[in-house]
Design a protein around this ligand. Sequence first.
Ligand code: SIN
Ligand code: MN
Length: 280
Amino acid sequence: MQLNAQQIERFDREGYLFFDSLFTTREIDVLREEVPRLYAQRRVENVREKGSDAVRTNFAAHMYSAPFARLARHPRMIEPVVALFGEPVYMHQFKINGKMAFDGDVWQWHQDFGTWKNDDEMPEPRAMNIAIFLDEVNEFNGPLMFIPGSHKLGVIDAEHDTSTTSYPLWTINHATIASLVGRGGIVAPKGPAGSMLLFHSCLVHASTSNLSPWNRVSVYLSLCAVSNHIRRFKRPEYIAHRDFTPIECLPDDCLLRDYPVALPWRDGTPEAALQPALAG
Ligand code: SIN
Ligand code: MN
């Protein structure tokens, strides 16, 4: 899938693109059916909400689940990012965020590149998030909120928040957010399951808790230009990958056919992927 000139211009200006219903119901069902099995597993890749058993985020499913391994090689997700960077990409991070009905907690205002730079020593913001909705996203189930144009400001000062939620994040203070919103406003793209979002790694974003009775499961691929690979391996590999091999796409129908994919962590996460490493 290629972006047209208008989409590229819009991405440059706003810092994100929204593709309504890009994947069919049949394609999304293949992924959705797999999520309860993944979330039920007692493995370190399932980070649960503070004070609840609900999964907040599942990491690296593309290493141990065939449907998600195929999604990680899907041309509709990979090709637009390769075209924008003008070079191959590798998988820096892969996550399935739950934001489960009633239990899904907030994500504070942040830029992803803040974390990738501070924790992983990623040199430049040449990495992109590309997300698909496995459930409908509406105004009640904690949609992702963006401040359009905020990616233009580069890296904004942030503080390491290790206590508000169950997952540490470099977050931006309220005064800065108020001033950014004063300039750019807030948008919250909403739509049916199968919709896709592409957003810049410096775009400021957040989401509120989910008090609705509807889950808001979304899959996020964080794709990094190969030449821009991380230099420090402080975080375990299941969170920040260290394999910089360019992603090779499968055919466009890969969610509906059993193309073979490697599942190296199917029988468990290797010990080395659980630990920080000294070199990088
Ligand atoms: C994120 O910022 O990485 C996730 C936010 C969300 O899923 O709402
Ligand atoms: Mn984020």
